[in-house]
Write a protein that binds this ligand. Sequence first.
Ligand code: PRP
Ligand code: MN
Ligand code: MG
Length: 182
Amino acid sequence: QSDIGSDLESVLLSEEQLSTRLAEMAAQIDADYAGEDLLLVGVLKGAVMVMADLARQLHHPVEMDWMAVSSYGSGTKSSGVVRILKDLDADLTGRNVLIVEDIVDSGLTLSWLLANLRSRGPKSVEVAAMLRKPEANKVEIDVRYVGFDIPNEFVIGYGLDYAEKYRNLPFVGTLAPHVYAE
Ligand code: PRP
Ligand code: MN
Ligand code: MG
């Protein structure tokens, strides 16, 4: 942690805040899907931490599958044009699907993913996202379970990267401007 100290501007959400909120989300999901089949779909790579922690806080028996997508576009902004790098192993026909995401930023990745998964004949498709940025309000997507609404800052940690780094931080922090100005 001290090694990244100078790259970090501030801690936005502590490990404890994240796990407390995840426990609440897990309890809600347990209640909502009681007696129902449930398939969690994690979106690689950012959702790895949320998926692992959320799944372990659930009492509900779930299956877990993974999808990797990449949005075309320049640098840091997603374009909404998405390519599947790794598809699901599971057949979604008749399944209750819960997409697990680390963050909804522009919402473009998720709106593409929702349309894609809904075309596969599932019983239901909902979304659980740890973080949501204000931009996401511009797109018409219903995120059933949201951890935290956060300001429009560059956040890292708990799965979230900057140039593939900082994903392993156990908390969510903001990046010091000198890092991306370099
Ligand atoms: C990030 C994040 C979400 C997506 C949100 O993934 O993990 O999946 O962007 O952005 P949007 O709402 O503007 O579409 P990214 O494409 O960086 O891949 P990663 O998960 O491998 O970091
Ligand atoms: Mn992602
Ligand atoms: Mg990323």
